[in-house]
Structure formats: structure tokens, C-alpha cells
Design a protein around this ligand. Structure first.
Ligand code: NAP
Ligand code: G4F
Length: 341
């Protein structure tokens, strides 16, 4: 069976992809960062003790800033497929940490491509490109739409995207860019807007939180389900030829619409709880993203299974379960710090 190497395995997409590949019988190796607190929550359910001979998930400490170590890991693991999902992935944070974002989100990709080239391994490589790269380009956006990046994050992803294309042309590597539009899930990081909203609304419903502070409510995004999008990553690496694809649901909704929908589902009036806080505005934001995934549908045969309404339901239900557990803890004296989110 095949062996895969995943960077960013502890993130939202990494966890769904690891699940997907293990189900297909792959042996999966993941890169994880040393942290003083546990950062493997999203993959704990997949992990078996290393002493268990049936264990097919292996974790390696490392960092995308250290090229020699990435080279050593690829040399030892010799993966058939590499899914490069690791990144400083928060757009607002990229304005606070532009240099770090350029290093990890941009140069991290180059380090891996160089590691492939230097080890000489035969492998297939997936780059997590982003719809954020389209930036100010008018919708709908597809793989031929010129990029107009509006953040240090987007600029770093554009760099990575083009270096992938260059290594494909210059060295004949099997490398693909998946330009994924926003995809969410109950495992979405709590500082991204959809999860921030579902988490807050369900906590408000149970009396665990009073207010929700947000930024630009007019921005529009094409939101799909992360579980569907990791299948597209895999499909790209199963083709005869490497190529670039847009992956999107093909409908766009404003942050305000998402907010209203979530609060309505919980029979709450969002206007009573939501306040605008300028700290969540970005120096430049992306007004509207709407993806055209025709190429992926035609060539990969990719089709999302979860629509926008089902995604909202899934996230509200999962966060309501979480809030209920938290309420039990809260009633027993536990307090979660809201002010750092
Ligand atoms: P995420 O939840 O933020 O996960 C990011 C992953 O990268 C985490 O595992 C994180 O590790 C790891 N990471 C961060 N810095 C690292 C470093 N210096 N060295 C090694 N690993 C590092 O992101 P996601 O939503 O799963 O997205 C996956 C990828 O797709 C990212 O590249 C993102 O930019 C891109 N993307 C996402 C979307 C989307 O809507 N989700 C859309 C388009 C593209 P820790 O857990 O230790 O922090
Ligand atoms: O949820 P967001 O932070 O996602 P954003 O910026 O679109 O980036 C995500 O999707 C990209 C794909 O296009 C990925 F590449 C990237 O890694 C990440 O996964 O913000 C969505 C919109 C923005 O316009 C933001 O200004 O929501 C607006 N917003 C309004 N209030 C907020 C908030 N965003 C956040 N994070 N927090 C707020 O309080």
C-alpha cells in the first residue's frame, strides 16, 4: 500500500485527510510541531501507540522553517505522495506577522520542493493554494483568473503557487496546486469567522457568553465542507498528469448571512449580541470570493456532498454538543477565557 507524508496534519484539513488516507489503507506520516500544550486534538482518535504493530499513523517532530530536517524526513520516509498543508494560515494574523508568514507559508513550500529534488525521490506533491490569492479579482474565479493578492498571507501563497509551477516545468516533478475556496467544519480553528460564530452563538444560547465581537460583516465567501475538499486533494495526485485545479462549492454568502442563519437556527436575534470591533478589520480585505470548479468536476469527477445549509447545521449541532459539555464543566466551576479569542 502507499505511503503519504502530510504537513499540517494537526490542522483542520490535515485531520480529515489523514482519516481519508488511512481509510484507503495508506500508511500516513505527519509533521507535528513541538508545543508546550497538546496540539494533536484533531488526530488523537486516529493515533495508535507506536508499539502496536497495526499502527499506520506515524508522527515526526519538525518545522517548515528547517530545510535540512525536511530533507532527512523525506529521505527516510520516501513517501509516494506528499500533501503540503502546513502554513501560518490566518489572514488577519499575516498582517501582524508578515515576515513569519512569508517564511512558513511561502518559503516552506520551496523547502519541501528542494527536499524532493535533493533526495531524488519519486513522489507526487500537493500544494495547498488558496482562493485568497484571487484577492480583488472579480468573481467568478477559476484557475485562469489573474491573482490580485490583498494580504501578506495571499502574497506568500502566490509565491508558493508559482514556485510549484516552476518546479513542474523546470524539473518535471509531479506537483499540483489545489486552489481551494474557504472550507469549514466542526474542526475549523476557532478564530476563523464561521467557527467563531457557531461557537459563540451556541455558548450564548446556554448562557456561557454574552457578546460576540466581529469585524467586516459584508465580506462574501464561497464556503464548503472540509471533508469534501480533502478528497479533491487526493484525486489531483491520482491523475496521469500534474495540473492545477479550483475547488469550490460555487455559491457565495456574506458573513452577515452566515451570522443571521446561525442565530436564527438557535432562535436568537443576533443584533442583541453582536458588536463590531475594529480590531478584526484587515488593512485590506477580500470583498467577494465565488469559485468556478468546472475543471475539477470535468477532469477529477469531484463533486461536493455537503451544501451550505448542511454545513451550517453540522457546525451548529457540533458546537451545541460542545457547549453542553462546557456548561457541565462551567457549573462545576471551570472557566474558559473568552478574551484571548
Ligand atoms: P490550519 O487548521 O490552520 O492548520 C495549519 C497547520 O499547519 C497546522 O497543523 C499547524 O500546526 C501547521 N503549521 C503551522 N505553522 C507550521 C510550521 N512552522 N511548521 C510546521 N507546521 C506548521 O489550516 P487548514 O484550514 O487545515 O488549512 C490547510 C492548508 O490549506 C493551509 O496551508 C491553508 O493555508 C490552506 N487553505 C485553507 C483553506 C481553508 O478554507 N481552510 C482554503 C485554502 C487554502 P499547529 O497545529 O501546531 O498549529
Ligand atoms: O474566516 P476568515 O478568517 O477566513 P479568510 O480570511 O477568508 O481565510 C480563510 O480562507 C482562505 C481561503 O480563501 C484560506 F486560504 C485561509 O487560510 C483561511 O482558511 O475570514 C472570512 C471573512 C473575512 O472577510 C474577514 O474580514 O470574515 C471576515 N470577518 C469578520 N469578522 C472575520 C471576523 N474574520 C475573522 N477571522 N474574525 C472575525 O471576527
Amino acid at each position: 500500500m502507499k505511503t503519504a507524508f502530510i504537513t499540517g496534519i494537526t490542522g483542520q484539513d490535515g485531520s480529515y485527510l489523514a482519516e481519508f488516507l488511512l481509510d484507503k489503507g495508506y500508511t500516513v506520516h505527519g509533521l507535528i510541531r513541538r508545543s508546550s500544550t497538546f496540539n494533536t486534538d484533531r488526530i488523537d482518535h486516529l493515533y495508535k501507540d507506536v508499539h502496536d504493530p497495526s499502527a499506520r499513523l506515524h508522527l515526526h517532530f519538525g518545522d517548515l522553517s528547517v530545510s535540512g530536517q525536511l530533507t532527512d524526513l523525506l529521505h527516510t520516509i520516501r513517501p509516494d505522495e506528499i500533501y503540503h498543508l502546513g502554513a501560518q494560515s490566518h489572514v488577519r494574523v499575516s498582517f501582524d506577522m508578515p515576515e513569519y508568514t512569508g517564511d512558513i507559508t511561502g518559503l516552506g513550500t520551496l523547502r519541501l520542493l528542494e527536499a524532493i529534488r535533493k533526495t531524488g525521490i519519486t513522489t507526487r506533491f500537493y500544494q495547498a493554494s488558496s482562493s485568497e490569492m484571487f484577492g480583488a479579482a472579480p468573481p467568478p474565479q477559476n484557475q485562469d483568473t489573474p491573482f490580485q493578492p490583498q494580504s501578506p498571507y495571499a502574497a506568500a501563497k502566490v509565491y508558493a503557487h508559482y514556485v510549484v509551477k516552476n518546479y513542474r516545468d523546470a524539473y518535471g516533478l509531479f506537483v499540483c496546486n489545489g486552489i481551494l475556496f474557504n472550507h469549514e467544519s466542526p474542526r475549523r480553528g476557532e478564530t476563523f469567522v464561521t467557527r467563531k460564530i457557531t461557537r459563540a452563538a451556541t455558548r450564548i444560547k446556554l448562557g456561557l457568553q454574552q457578546k460576540l465581537f466581529l469585524g467586516n460583516l459584508d465580506a462574501k465567501r464561497d464556503w464548503g465542507f472540509a471533508g469534501d475538499y480533502v478528497e479533491a486533494m487526493w484525486l489531483m495526485l491520482q491523475q496521469d498528469k500534474p495540473d492545477d485545479y479550483v475547488i469550490a462549492l460555487g455559491e457565495t454568502h456574506s458573513v452577515k448571512e452566515f451570522l443571521e442563519k446561525v442565530f436564527q437556527k438557535l432562535s436568537l436575534d443576533y443584533q442583541k449580541y453582536v458588536e463590531i470591533d475594529a480590531r478584526y478589520f484587515r488593512p485590506t480585505d477580500v470583498n467577494i470570493l465565488l469559485g468556478d470548479a468546472t475543471k475539477a468536476r470535468d477532469i477529477l469527477g469531484w463533486k461536493p456532498k455537503v451544501g451550505f445549509e448542511e454545513l451550517v447545521d453540522m457546525m451548529v449541532e457540533a458546537d451545541m454538543e460542545l457547549a453542553k459539555k462546557e456548561k457541565t464543566l462551567h457549573d462545576a466551576g471551570y472557566k474558559r477565557a473568552d478574551n484571548i479569542r
